[in-house]
Write a protein that binds this ligand. Structure first.
Ligand code: NDP
Ligand code: MG
Length: 378
């Protein structure tokens, strides 16, 4: 069984990853989070990793004090978090939210670790670079995002030139079927009510705006080396067909399972092997009928913004991502309305950007600039 380093252990994916780690008795070497030291402490006591890292250094002495009776090394700060990516593990599971996950993804790959990647933002902001680093170091990026996990599994059944199209499914989120008029006054509470998945706040809002599906389109472009026009988004409200691949002969190979992230997490950790999982078995009769729709690009214009950003290429997806992260933060704080999210992202990607090369430094520099720009508009 592989040994794992888990980044973002206190989040929605992190906690579900620990369920999988416990069920399969996987060797957990290190855990890290940003500031939730109460949960980090409980996780350290239960799972007994060798190292626990809190990225926000403000919480270091408290966590160290709280864990003084445990045989665990407590570290803090970004450099120490990056050091975890070089610990002697087989796989780094990156479940950090946002652009903060980029450096850990790159660092793990540079240290020749396979990465189980939940942090889709790494691929959105610097997908080409991340995949090149993986290739150069002989490592794999194994998707944890349920749709990409499904595609990853379906695409292995043919050869690259036999693939005609990727079919990326979307639940449609809590506002599926609604009008723009309806969206004008939706509250934070309404937007946080996802019909099928319980997730962190940022991705839940991204699902409500459908920005999440646009980010996933960009994620799929880099993971599967496809053009945006080769990826078709289909709304499927039941979230049991997690995505599919159409081959040149017209065959469509699809992945079905209960909507449970533990399955995608487990597959990423055990790949290429399969083991019984906590997700349980899927039965078609439980669903009766399932449905599929074209996305409503007019009401959910974030989808178009993502298509525009990936077509423009270069640093544009990083600008889109930064503007979205800031806009979602402002929406969650009650400072802007729901439809302002797309307006702010549109303003940011319409700006003329310096045509710098895509490097980690240029992405992170632009990320700060765009977040300040968006804040300044409110
Ligand atoms: P959460 O907000 O629930 O958790 C985020 C985790 O990241 C927490 O452990 C948090 O620590 C940690 N974190 C935040 N900022 C930093 C930082 N700067 N350095 C180190 N750690 C940090 O998010 P989710 O679990 O929902 O999502 C994680 C990623 O997985 C996202 O990229 C999301 O898009 C993707 N994903 C999530 C799915 C889901 O079902 N939740 C499904 C598919 C993809 P702390 O708690 O201390 O703040
Ligand atoms: Mg997804």
């Amino acid at each position: 069984m592989k040994s794992v380093c888990l980044l973002g252990s206190t989040g929605s994916i992190g906690v579900q990853a620990l369920d999988v780690i416990k069920a399969l008795n996987i060797n957990l070497l290190a855990i890290a989070a940003n500031e939730n030291i109460a949960l980090l402490e409980r996780q350290a006591r239960e799972f007994k990793p060798s190292v626990v890292c809190v990225r926000n250094e403000k919480y270091y002495s408290k966590l160290k004090e709280n864990l003084k009776d445990c045989n665990v090394s407590v570290v803090a700060g970004e450099d120490e978090l990056l050091n975890l990516c070089s610990v002697n593990c087989d796989i780094v599971l990156n479940a950090i939210v946002g652009v903060a996950g980029l450096k850990p993804t790159v660092c793990a790959l540079q240290n020749k670790k396979n990465v189980a990647l939940a942090n889709k933002e790494s691929l959105v902001v610097a997908g080409e670079m991340v995949m090149n680093i993986a290739k150069k170091n002989g490592c794999e990026v194994i998707p944890v995002d349920s749709e990409h996990s499904a595609i990853f599994q379906c695409i292995k059944l043919g050869r690259p030139f036999e693939v005609k199209k990727i079919i990326l499914t979307a639940s449609g989120g809590p506002f599926f079927g609604k009008t723009r008029k309806f969206l004008e006054n939706v509250s934070v509470c309404d937007a946080l009510k996802h019909p099928n998945w319980s997730m962190g706040k940022k991705i839940t809002i991204d699902s409500a705006t459908m920005m999440n599906k646009g980010l996933e389109l960009i994620e799929a472009v880099w993971l599967f080396n496809k053009k945006p026009q080769d990826i078709k988004i289909v709304v499927h409200p039941q979230s049991v067909l997690h995505s599919a691949v159409e081959y040149v002969d017209g065959s469509v190979i699809a992945h079905f399972s209960k909507p449970n992230m533990r399955l995608a997490i487990q597959y990423a950790l055990t790949y290429p092997n399969r083991l019984p999982s906590l997700a349980g078995s899927f039965s078609f009769e439980d669903y009766g009928s399932i449905s599929f729709f074209e996305p409503d690009y007019y009401t959910f214009s974030c989808l178009k913004l993502c298509e525009l950003a990936i077509k423009k290429g270069g640093l544009y997806p990083a600008v889109l991502n930064a503007a979205n992260e800031k806009a979602v933060e402002l929406f969650l704080k009650g400072r802007i309305k729901f439809l302002d999210i797309e307006k702010l992202v549109k303003r940011a990607i319409e700006m003329e950007h310096i045509n710098k090369n895509l490097t980690i430094e240029s992405v992170l520099e632009l990320d700060c600039l765009v977040k300040k720009f968006v804040e300044g508009l409110c």
